[in-house]
Ligand binder design. Structure first.
Ligand code: 5GP
Ligand code: ZN
Length: 112
């Protein structure tokens, strides 16, 4: 997708603070961090949203990658939150599938 910012991040065309890469996935720091640790996990190929995933195995790999990334970031034991905003009511603003990994402080519930 020529105009997708996360495709450009995956291709190295937009700079990002990459913390983990492999198996067709990438984790990098969110540019507007909402927590001391705020990472985004994406597939390196374009998938617009959770609704567009046809390979359920990809979801398992992304979730395991997010968990391993959280551990490496040092928030695994205290805990973290994984969020997948989907479409307008879900608060999605970038239409390339991504998992938010938030940690480093207690998360509140319910979310806003
Ligand atoms: P969404 O609102 O779609 O769930 O999340 C998109 C996230 O991408 C937001 O948290 C936003 O701060 C982040 N973001 C948007 N553009 C960029 C960018 O160019 N680089 C990085 N690292 N994060 C971005
Ligand atoms: Zn994309």
């Amino acid at each position: 997708m020529a105009d997708c910012i996360f495709c450009k991040v995956a291709a190295g065309e937009i700079p990002a603070q990459v913390v983990r890469r492999g198996d067709g996935m990438l984790a990098f720091r969110d540019i507007h961090a909402q927590a001391p640790t705020h990472l985004l996990v994406i597939p390196t190929h374009h998938v617009a949203s959770l609704n567009d995933v046809t390979d359920a195995g990809l979801l398992g790999r992304l979730l395991a990658f997010a968990r391993d990334t959280a551990r490496e970031a040092g928030v695994g034991d205290r805990g973290y939150r994984v969020v997948v905003n989907t479409n307008p009511d879900g608060g999605q603003t970038v239409y390339h599938l991504h998992l938010h990994v938030l940690g480093g402080r207690p998360m509140e519930w319910p979310p806003g």
